[in-house]
Write a protein that binds this ligand. Structure first.
Ligand SMILES: Cc1cc2nc3c(=O)[nH]c(=O)nc-3n(C[C@H](O)[C@H](O)[C@H](O)COP(=O)(O)OP(=O)(O)OC[C@H]3O[C@@H](n4cnc5c(N)ncnc54)[C@H](O)[C@@H]3O)c2cc1C
Length: 378
């Protein structure tokens, strides 16, 4: 196999300590979290004590100021252990970076140190019942009222929506200005008028709370604007490549894990007097998927290198998201098949992974939108 050249000894040692922390503190609880539809807050605090939140946030904001590869290690280990519940990547890789990049000093001081400890949990609310792909058509409004804004509208499918203490909300401040009319707000989850709807029942990701959110005339002072009025759409577009690479990192790690589980299962299980893995069709199919996974891994690592140097284009991020999540679907479908009936049983990690990962071709910009982004560069 091709050795990964991205990681230093520090990352490698960190990977070992993260894995043992997750095995000890999270694995024993994950099925209960799946059943209750939400991860315990105490798990967020435990991860905070372990220094696992917002690792690349600078130390003056309470973070650890380390490179993003530490986050990559954490994300990969969560995937390998089938820990789909903790919505850490949204909190640490999406919400905290928005606050660090676009927030005022007051906003940074108010939220980032508590996000690092896990006392404050972050969510981002873009999608609405009327549509998620076409963000410019959003209907949530933030109407100027003297020095304040009045936020009204509804969002849906919001990860960490039940737990969130701080929500980045995208709203129209000027409905006639198209993309220039969208503004981001930092909304306190306890502000009067913020209402949580149902914790939605999903195909997979059962342990991660995914919610409707309602904003009933929430009064927001100007100090809640994140970045500049009218520049929200551009901030979203600026941050999406990293979000897409994170999805690609997860997908590549998932393909590797699924293949490992399936090779072990088919080596162990016998049919017609020999291990399943001895059957040529199964061997060849797994070999093909392994080869494709290796290509995906090398491509994602190259994207990470570019991203660390701030050279990753949105086109390449879209390619990574599209290709790795399409591959992930093929790998998981085939791996479920090679597990036979066991592949359909919840107690097997391959079954849970199959359900958990289906949404990744939909979220973070659907794969149809990825194709459109890439097609624009033809
Ligand atoms: C588990 C989960 C967690 C999520 N977490 C969050 C979150 O934290 N915050 C958040 O804001 N959102 C979140 N989402 C929402 C997600 O980002 C949206 O579901 C996604 O952007 C698609 O939007 P939509 O569901 O409205 O589908 P639609 O936009 O209605 O699209 C429906 C279908 O039409 C296709 N389509 C749309 N436009 C085009 C086009 N121009 N050409 C071709 N095909 C097109 C889409 O690809 C899709 O296949 C989450 C979703 C899920 C499932």
């Amino acid at each position: 196999m091709i050795p990964r050249s991205l990681f230093t000894d520090e990352h490698i040692i960190f990977r070992e300590s993260v894995r043992s922390f997750l095995e000890r503190e999270f694995v024993p609880h994950h099925e209960r979290w799946n059943e209750q539809g939400i991860v315990d807050r105490s798990a967020w605090l435990a991860a905070g004590r372990e220094g696992l939140h917002c690792m690349s946030i600078r130390s003056e904001h309470g973070g650890h100021g380390v490179d993003k590869l530490f986050s990559v290690v954490l994300i990969e280990e969560l995937v390998r252990l089938g820990l789909s519940g903790p919505g850490f990547y949204i909190h640490s890789e999406i919400v905290a970076p928005y606050i660090e990049k676009y927030g005022t000093l007051d906003q940074q001081k108010r939220w980032l140190p508590r996000m690092v400890t896990g006392e404050a949990i972050g969510a981002i609310a873009m999608t609405e019942p009327g549509g998620g792909s076409d963000l410019k058509s959003m209907r949530t409004r933030a109407r100027p009222d003297g020095d304040d804004f009045i936020l009204s509208g509804q969002k849906t499918y919001i990860s960490n929506g039940q737990l969130a203490d701080v929500i980045v909300v995208a709203a129209k401040t000027d409905p006639d200005a198209g993309s220039r009319g969208v503004t981001l707000f930092l909304v306190d989850g306890k502000a009067p008028g913020v209402r949580r709807g149902r914790n939605l029942k999903k195909l997979g990701f059962h342990a991660q709370d995914t919610s409707e959110l309602f904003f009933d005339d929430v009064r927001l002072s100007k100090s809640c604007v994140l970045g500049e009025v009218g520049r929200g759409f551009y901030a979203l577009m600026d941050q999406l490549p990293w979000e897409r690479i994170v999805i690609a990192v997860r997908a590549a790690a998932m393909c590797e894990a699924a293949l490992e589980w399936t090779v072990a299962y088919t080596r162990d299980r016998k049919a017609f007097g020999a291990p399943l893995l001895d059957k040529q069709f199964i061997r060849f199919r797994l070999a093909e998927l392994k080869a494709e996974t290796l290509l995906a891994r090398v491509f994602v690592d190259r994207c990470l290198e570019l991203s660390l140097r701030d050279q990753l284009s949105s086109e390449v991020a879209a390619v990574a998201k599209l290709q790795t999540t399409e591959l992930q679907s093929r790998v998981l479908d085939q791996c479920v098949q090679f597990h036979g009936g066991a592949g359909y049983m919840w107690e097997y990690p391959i079954c849970r992974a199959f359900a958990d990962t289906r949404y990744m071709r939909i979220a973070g910009g659907s794969n149809e939108i990825m194709r459109d982004l890439i097609a624009r560069t033809l």
